[in-house]
Design a protein around this ligand. Structure first.
Ligand code: SF4
Length: 73
């Protein structure tokens, strides 16, 4: 079973429970990643819809310090 944070929308990318809530992704790409401040985790709020958003999601995946942004294929 994939260990996703709650609230991930269905689709290719998701945030794993390893997320340390550094907020890098939701601050740099807030259209794709959301932050649940109360519970302390990020999640994919919208899957990439075009090439630009896909590149942004890939970039956040590479930069995530906890390796928590996963590309499920
Ligand atoms: S960059 Fe990674 S660790 Fe930081 S908030 Fe996003 S998913 Fe969590």
């Amino acid at each position: 079973m994939l260990q996703k944070t709650p609230q991930n929308v269905p689709g290719r990318f998701y945030v794993h429970i390893n997320c340390i809530n550094c907020s890098l992704c939701s601050e740099a790409a807030g259209n794709i990643f959301g932050c649940n401040h109360e519970e302390g985790y990020e999640y994919v709020r919208k899957q990439p819809q075009n090439a630009e958003e896909l590149e942004l999601a890939e970039e956040m995946r590479r930069l995530c310090p906890a390796n928590a942004i996963r590309d499920g294929g």
